[in-house]
Design a protein. Structure first.
Lengths: 127, 127
DNA sequence: GGTTGACCTGGAGCGCACTCCAGCTCCTAC
DNA sequence: GTAGGAGCTGGAGTGCGCTCCAGGTCAACC
């Protein structure tokens, strides 16, 4: 299967502009072109795009994604390095989740506070 | 207790520049000034700053924090609105955590893939 | 009374990750 | 054969959240 840039955008969840931007900055390899010079994405291309969106969603900076992308080119020899990057990134995602969870507690506390205010208010009316 | 801007920065985890920036854009009320015209933060000011850092850490955009900050000025009457904002924000933080967790699974899968490569490589040597 | 260091102001600059634009080409359908 | 729509390129613009800077004030210490 091949995909036009519009189809690749739809399936990856990135915009057309973002796809071209990622190509410009070396995050994705230039895809094949059709007879009219238009980009033609393969399933492999799409898989990579989808994986990139996962990395992006988890807050990996573009320069790190690019580093990872470039290691991919020197295939097997860099597998250790790439694995290491993913391990470190996974640790940072876990830390981020923990951080969010601790902030959630503060939100719970604050919301509880507002509920108490409401409660007091209702008591004041019904008393 | 009162705090110089440097002390407030240290205790809130924000930079001095960020404190002044937050004041400029209306995220924090202008604190009291000492005889020399320097900012003098109260414990209340500090509590608000710390809460702001929680909102920021959880990704609340500044314009929303500002809205919340401004509702605070019209005290009790806006408690419902503020609670609503926190409820919505809590939902978005929970969604974000879920999103990160689902990306973690992808990372686990990829890392597992690299481990399999290593394993195969070692088998190839020892066989 | 001179130096130092913290703090002040208004405004400019920055890094990130896009996003948009003008002006062009190419294919398709009428 | 022409109108419309998708896609192309290089480059400029945007929004966010700071961060930095120049030039000045003020209090304290030697």
């Amino acid at each position: 299967m091949t995909y036009s840039i519009a189809q690749a955008a739809e399936r990856s969840g990135l915009s057309i502009d973002t796809l071209r931007y990622y190509e410009r900055i070396g995050l994705v390899d230039p895809p094949a072109r059709d007879s009219g010079g238009r980009r033609s994405y393969s399933d492999d291309d799409l898989g990579w795009l989808v994986f990139l969106t996962r990395l992006r969603t988890t807050g990996m900076p573009i320069r790190m994604m690019r580093e990872y992308a470039q290691l991919r080119h020197r295939s097997a020899a860099t597998a250790g390095r790439r694995k290491q990057m993913l391990l470190e990134h996974r640790a940072s995602v876990r830390a981020r989740i923990a951080e969010l969870q601790s902030c959630l507690e503060v939100l719970d506390y604050k919301i509880g506070h507002y509920e108490q205010i409401e409660h007091t208010f209702i008591e004041g009316i019904t008393a």
